[in-house]
Design a protein. Structure first.
Ligand code: ADP
Length: 478
């Protein structure tokens, strides 16, 4: 079976969040099960070195204002189809944002081009390679099934995976013709969404199946609080919606071999984790304390609930704990975390920015990771936490609810707890969860039993890749 993935990011080449991790890992897991995946992504500057090395498999004479081509390369264990279109992607800085911090003004064209090129590959294949199924990911790839649908040509079935429904790709209706969409596409059962064009809505309305990145998120999406305006459509499409939990790339994220740790370790050599803790303390200017070292590795946005953590800092510090934060995003939150580190010198350390190696060190060197998200489609950092024996403290929502077993009395008695959950999602309950974690940390045998159990959890892709595989096969059989 051959599957074409279409997405705007793919680790390790280009990453702004969890989407990239998934696009970089799931194809490899599918390949292990015998499914042949190629990933179409734009050739941003970070990928141009790669593009030079591969043959051209498709030429598009006018792709939204310029000539483009698709180059096929094999790198990092992935078959990548690079969409080379300098007029759209040859820009330095963030792939979504211009230097002013605002969306690139032509983002609608940049990602429509990705969808359009993906549709061409869906029709004609790439050098004899014809996809049986197309899997589009998030709003940036959402228009692809619209291009298939309006053509009237025979095309493969499409799966749309929702990694985060909060980002919908909304654009002015006057762009319809510029996006090469036929007038009939501006309809409630296609791209129209309250008078605008929504890339995500197009994908959800016109694809054959919809996958959400965790079973709990798939349920939550049917409700007004989480569906973000698309809950009605998703309720109509309920029988085509499935929740499949994300996994992680257990080769890249492996405490036994991770090159970003100062010492590698396993569940059998947990003492060696301490050298990483000392390194985190040094890098974040933290004193050695009696309580646990908590970390945060996150985008700083209201979704992630870190404003609630700011309210809990006096309590966290009073418990004898410390905190290392790596994050970037919302300017006000960045300032507040910087101020918090000045208010609690040696106890709260903050690094603002995006730093992949440091994110690995934090997973390796911390005792626990805090993820108080208001909503979380799946979340990957709690899975990295489990794998590195860094116990997750999480809000009970979405994929966080599906992957962490709370250390309540029953779970402790049954020896199955792997972290700490809190609900309802507010600062008081977060503070209580932090206090519960600190209390167990003071019982070293209970803590290390939990750490070892966490490290044994199956966080790889095996089961979920099999679920994707089964979904693709059911579509081909239809
Ligand atoms: P989201 O996709 O909503 O940002 P996820 O938990 O699914 O959240 O994935 C986030 C990914 O981005 C993880 O791989 C995490 O380690 C990484 N990440 C987030 N913030 C940073 C940062 N400041 N520096 C390095 N990596 C980060």
């Amino acid at each position: 079976m051959k599957v074409l993935f279409v997405a705007s990011e793919c680790a390790p080449f280009i990453k702004t969040g969890g989407l990239a991790d998934v696009i970089g890992a799931l194809p490899k897991a599918l390949a292990a099960a015998g499914t042949d995946v190629k990933v179409l992504i734009p050739a941003y500057p970070a990928l141009q070195g790669l593009a030079g090395g591969g043959p051209t498999v498709k030429v598009l004479d006018d792709l939204f204002g310029g000539k483009a081509e698709v180059r096929a390369v094999h790198a990092e264990g992935l078959d990548v189809l690079l969409l080379v279109a300098p007029h759209l992607y040859d820009r330095n800085g963030n792939i979504y944002l211009g230097p002013d911090g605002q969306d690139w003004p032509d983002n609608h064209l940049r990602f429509a081009a990705l969808c359009y090129a993906g549709a061409e590959l869906a029709f004609d294949g790439a050098d004899g390679w014809m996809p049986d199924v197309v899997n589009v990911h998030d709003w940036q790839a959402g228009l692809l099934p619209a291009y298939l649908s309006q053509s009237g040509r025979t095309s493969p079935p499409v799966v749309m995976t929702i990694h985060n429904i909060a980002f919908q790709g909304l654009f002015d209706a006057s762009e319809l013709a510029n996006l090469r969409l036929k007038a009939e596409m501006f309809a409630a059962d296609a791209v129209e969404y309250y008078g605008k064009i929504s890339f995500l809505k197009a994908g959800l309305a016109l694809s054959d199946r919809i996958a959400a990145v965790s079973p709990s998120y798939a349920c939550e999406l049917l409700t007004p609080g989480f569906g973000m305006g698309l809950e009605g459509l998703l309720r109509e499409r309920r029988s085509d919606l499935i929740g499949i939990l994300n996994g992680i790339d257990i080769a890249t994220w492996d405490p036994e071999s991770d090159p970003h740790l100062v010492e590698n370790y396993s569940a059998r050599s947990l003492r060696r984790k301490r050298a990483n803790k000392r390194e985190v303390e040094a890098r974040f200017g933290l004193q050695r304390r009696d309580g646990p070292l908590f970390c945060v590795v996150s985008r700083l946005t209201s979704q992630k609930g870190l404003d609630m953590l700011l309210d809990c800092l006096p309590g966290l510090v009073a418990e004898g704990a410390s905190l290392a934060v790596l994050g970037s995003g919302d300017g006000a939150l960045e300032r507040q975390f910087a101020e918090a580190s000045s208010r609690h010198p040696g106890q709260v350390g903050v690094t603002l920015g995006y730093d992949e190696p440091l994110s690995h060190l934090l997973q390796g060197g911390s005792d626990a990771i805090l993820i108080p998200s208001r909503f979380e489609p799946c979340g990957l950092t709690q899975l990295y936490g489990l794998r590195y024996g860094t116990l997750p403290v999480v809000a009970r929502t979405g994929g966080l609810a599906d992957t962490i077993i709370d250390a309540n009395e029953a779970a402790l008695a049954a020896a199955c707890a792997t972290g700490f959950q809190f609900a309802p999602i507010n600062a008081t309950m977060l503070e209580q969860a932090i206090a519960r974690a600190c209390a167990i940390y003071r019982r070293p045998r209970s803590w290390s039993a939990m750490v070892r159990r966490a490290m044994r959890q199956p966080v790889g892709w095996d089961a979920s890749a099999a679920a994707y595989d089964a979904m693709y096969r059911s579509l081909i059989a239809d």
